[in-house]
Design a binder for this molecule. Sequence first.
Ligand SMILES: [Zn+2]
Length: 105
Amino acid sequence: MIDSRMKPEQLKRVTGRFGESNRRALAQYRESDAVKAVEILVAEDGCDACKAAAGKQYDLDDVPVLPNPECTHKKGCRCTYVAITKSYAELGIEGVEDPDLSGGA
Ligand SMILES: [Zn+2]
């Protein structure tokens, strides 16, 4: 529970619990045959440590821990994992073109 009398350290403990949802997401990605890697999505106002971890693909066996222990943001790390899915060809589905994701939409 958040209340207005909370101190910043207490708020950081709340964001620290986001680790649980990230651990669950990662476990699901590892179980899924459709996911080949993960990326880290960082908040727009994220700290430099979190931004440094973003924009890379991580092998499912070598994923940085979230919340990022190096995070210096005053409200704590709000990074999250994003699944990188296999292509249709990698999934063994022939004759289907993968969507072009480079435009972002
Ligand atoms: Zn951070």
